[in-house]
Design a protein around this ligand. Structure first.
Ligand SMILES: [Zn+2]
Length: 510
């Protein structure tokens, strides 16, 4: 008799239903797994054998054949232990129903207890999509699994719990109220707060616009100008994640095993800092068993590149695809994996190799050639994907000491950002986007309509600054955000001139 037990395999952040077929034939005792398993699944043989014996059940005496179907999907990970063990127990005559509505996920210890696995959320979510109603997962993954509504989740501590569940001792269903994770905090305290940044009004305004519309920004300034501090403060003015965004991001963190036990849902936008010595796989994703890289961990949040010209050219160039498409495709021998990577790029750089070009107190010691070479490290096509360029001058010692200016705190800036985001969310409710930066060319035509005066101005600006189509569209999107921050329904000339200023304030002009 062949038994069938359902489980799931992850590919990227998606998953597919897998049938675990178990058959026992009269032959010398052995256990083999077929159907494109990776080495971790092959090791399941020993774990499952010990777990079944140590849970008090007998192991089949013939040859046990496990088939993971469909065979053309490569299976990775340790979540196959539990469905394989359940399949063998069913084959042994233990009363566990064969059903298309029940699935199992989990890694077994040798004593039969269940260990936490990675990727529970995408695995459960994929099973729900194909009509599975009841899913057994390791106890420590149950809350995460229960984030998926419309399925019954049972947290399993030991293999015996599954057998007992079907013989009169049912497990209690795990339920989670997702809204409990989104408690609005009215007096937020931030580790990095704009109230601690003196001066720099123009840069602060630029960062506010970037946060409001999801625009990429590059800050140039001497060492000590505070650009790194401001980049860190940027996270404090971003709105909390929407529920759908939180689920999407949690799937990524689940696959990477980065969810903590006390909080199964990611609710804060990520702020990922990458160093110029990081490997390409670490930044972009990939490897023998492909894993998402930093750009995917920064999805719906911020990717911060300090000292941008120090990054190897090829790393900066591979950022172009995700910056344009909001995702990254990683090629493998026989297939490719797609990971989401929609982030706000915040870059920082010195104006020249020594760092003091344009400084009011220190003299720059670089030659014209050195300066050109340094700036050329960031290619034109990459610069094309950045919407805001801002010069961050170093304050003089006197300005720092004598400043009596009252600085605005992050929370007040964040309130304006949230207001502008709400306007965008309402406007784009039927467009499947959240922010102005995501507008495609046809949406720009629809939502960034210019009056005659503004059109004339943009024509002149296009000629003067030799704006490409991409740059032109980016200016319109930026102007749309500036209009939203001032609660203006239509883009006005004043919004366009501001947007153009941030755009042409590029590193060539600093
Ligand atoms: Zn210099």
């Amino acid at each position: 008799m062949v038994t069938k037990t359902l489980t799931s395999a992850a590919i990227g952040i998606n998953s597919f239903k897998i049938e675990v077929e178990v058959d026992v034939i009269n032959s010398l005792p052995s256990l083999c797994i077929v159907g494109l398993p990776d080495s971790a699944i092959n090791e399941a043989r020993e774990r499952v054998r010990s777990a079944i014996k140590n849970s008090g059940y007998s192991f089949p005496t013939g040859k046990v054949i496990i088939n993971l179907a469909p065979a053309d999907i490569k299976k990775e990970g340790t979540n196959f232990d539990l469905p394989i063990a359940v399949g063998i127990l069913k084959e042994q005559g233990i009363e566990i129903p064969d059903s298309d509505e029940i699935a199992y996920l989990g890694e077994l210890s040798l004593d039969g207890s269940l260990r936490k696995i990675n990727g529970t959320l995408p695995l459960v979510s994929g099973l729900k999509d194909v009509g599975v109603k009841n899913i057994f997962v390791p106890y420590d993954n149950a809350e995460e699994a229960a984030l998926v509504s419309g399925v019954n989740i049972f947290g399993v501590k030991h293999l015996n719990d599954v057998v007992n569940h079907f013989s009169g001792e049912p497990l209690k269903e795990t339920k989670v109220d997702i809204s409990n994770f989104f408690v609005e905090n009215l007096e937020e305290v931030f580790e990095y707060d704009f109230k601690d940044v003196k001066g720099q009004q123009k840069a602060k305004k630029a960062l506010e616009i970037a946060a409001a519309g999801g625009h990429n920004i590059l800050m140039s300034g001497s060492p000590g100008s505070g650009k790194t501090l401001m980049a860190r403060c940027f996270a404090s003015i971003l709105p909390s994640l929407e529920k759908e965004e939180a689920i999407e991001l949690t799937k990524i963190y689940s696959i990477c095993g980065l969810l903590t036990n006390d909080k199964p849902l990611v609710t804060e936008r990520p702020f990922r800092v990458i160093h110029h010595t990081a490997s390409q796989n670490g930044i972009i994703g990939g490897g023998v068993n492909p894993k998402p890289g930093e750009i995917t961990l920064a999805h719906r949040g911020v990717l911060f590149l300090d000292e941008m010209p120090e990054f190897p050219r090829q790393i900066l160039e591979v950022l172009r695809q995700p910056l344009e498409d909001g995702e990254i495709v990683i090629s493998r021998t026989k297939s490719s994996i797609k990971y989401p990577a929609k982030f706000i790029l915040v870059g920082a750089m010195n104006p020249c190799p020594c760092g003091f070009l344009g400084d009011r107190e220190k003299q720059c010691s670089c030659s014209e050639y050195q300066i050109q070479k340094y700036r050329a490290k960031i290619s034109g096509p990459l610069l094309d994907r950045i919407d805001l360029f801002v010069n961050v001058p170093r304050l003089t010692a006197e300005e720092l000491v004598n400043s009596k200016e009252k600085t605005e705190c992050s929370f007040d800036i964040k309130k304006r950002v949230i207001k502008a985001r709400k306007i965008q969310m309402y406007r784009y409710k039927d467009e499947n986007i959240y922010t102005n930066s995501e507008l495609n060319p046809s949406q720009i035509k629809k939502f960034c309509v210019l009056d005659k005066e503004s059109l004339d101005f943009m024509k002149l600006a296009s000629q003067k600054y030799l704006l490409s189509g991409r740059k032109y569209n980016r200016i319109l999107k930026l102007a749309r955000t500036i209009a939203d921050l001032s609660n203006d329904e239509n883009i006005k000339l004043s919004h366009l001139t501001q947007a153009l200023q941030y755009r042409v304030d590029s590193i060539e002009n600093i």
